[in-house]
Each structure stands twice: as C-alpha cells, then as structure tokens.
Design a protein around this ligand. Structure first.
Ligand SMILES: [Zn+2]
Ligand SMILES: [Zn+2]
Length: 171
C-alpha cells in the first residue's frame, strides 16, 4: 500500500508573491488573546491594504510548527519583521507586497514558529486551544468549543517539549 501523502500547510500572502510551506502536522493549533498578539494585529491591520489578522473577538489564530518544518517557497526578499519592542526576541513577519501577516518567529532558541492561520490556504488541524484569555478584550466572551486557558496551559508546554525532543532525535 502507498503511504498516505504527508500533511502539509500552505501559507500564501494575499497577492501570492510570498509563500511558505510546512511539512507534517502542526505541533498544535491555538488562538491567542495575549496583549502582544492583539497589538501586533492592530499594527499590521493599520498598514495599507492589510488583510485582517484577528478574529472579531480579539483572538489571533496560529498553526504552531517546528521551525525545521517550515520553508519559504518564494518571495523571501519581500519579508519584513515587525518588533513590538526593540529588545523583544519575537518577530512578526510580514510580506511587504500586500502587508499580509505570514508568521511569528523568534531570535532566541525557541524551536517553533507560529503561522498565521488567516494566511493558510488549506485546513490542516482544527483549533485545539484558546490561550492567554485573561487578556481578551472587555466584553468579549470566550467560546467553549475547545479548552481555554487564562495563560499558557500545561498541555501546550508538553506539546512543545515533545516537539523539541522529536527534533533532537531527528524524527
Ligand atoms: Zn503579497
Ligand atoms: Zn499571543
């Protein structure tokens, strides 16, 4: 029997000049309500012609991938990073052609990147958790469709640690 095709996320900017591909299943899929994700979304959405990044309730959806699984297929020269604070290790990576938010990566040793689900052209994994809900905008109610946590839940930390171990074992 043939092996089934490997899961793959495809991420493209709105105009199509920039594309990423992520091989295999994501570590997880989250909606984050933290202050930084909300501020990042606001700054990106204020750029000319930018597509929306946030959900109406203030959450931002991400596919969390091992960084060794994510490749830029085209348009790398059109990428620009946005830092909310100069000293921050966190970069929001934007395609300057159409101001699409592509992914979040880190200057430090973090072993994952967060792809913006809003730019993902195929559905690879349903949302698994809502995180950092203590920062949700006033008046918003967090849906109870998936588990949610006021900060970073243990289940997320465990998934990230397991992914790191798999990386070290080169699996
Ligand atoms: Zn573009
Ligand atoms: Zn966040």
């Amino acid at each position: 029997m043939d092996n089934p095709p490997r899961a793959m996320a495809k991420v493209s900017c709105a105009c199509g000049q920039v594309a990423f591909e992520a091989i295999g299943a994501p570590i997880t899929s989250v909606i984050c309500y933290c202050d930084d994700c909300q501020e990042g979304a606001r700054q990106i959405q204020s750029l000319p012609h930018a597509a929306s990044v946030q959900e109406p309730d203030g959450g931002t959806e991400y596919l969390v991938y091992r960084k060794d699984r994510v490749t830029c297929l085209r348009g790398a020269s059109l990428l620009k990073t946005l830092k909310l604070r100069e000293e921050s290790a966190t970069n929001r990576v934007i395609a300057v052609c159409c101001h699409s938010a592509m992914l979040v990566n880190f200057d430090d040793a973090k072993h994952w990147v967060d792809l913006y689900r809003s730019r993902c052209t195929n559905d690879v994994l349903p949302v698994q958790m809502r995180i950092c809900t203590k920062f949700k905008p006033d008046g918003e109610t967090i849906p109870i469709d998936v588990p949610s946590s006021s900060s970073y839940p243990k289940s997320l930390i465990v998934k990230l640690i397991l992914a790191k171990m798999a990386m070290l074992l080169q699996r």
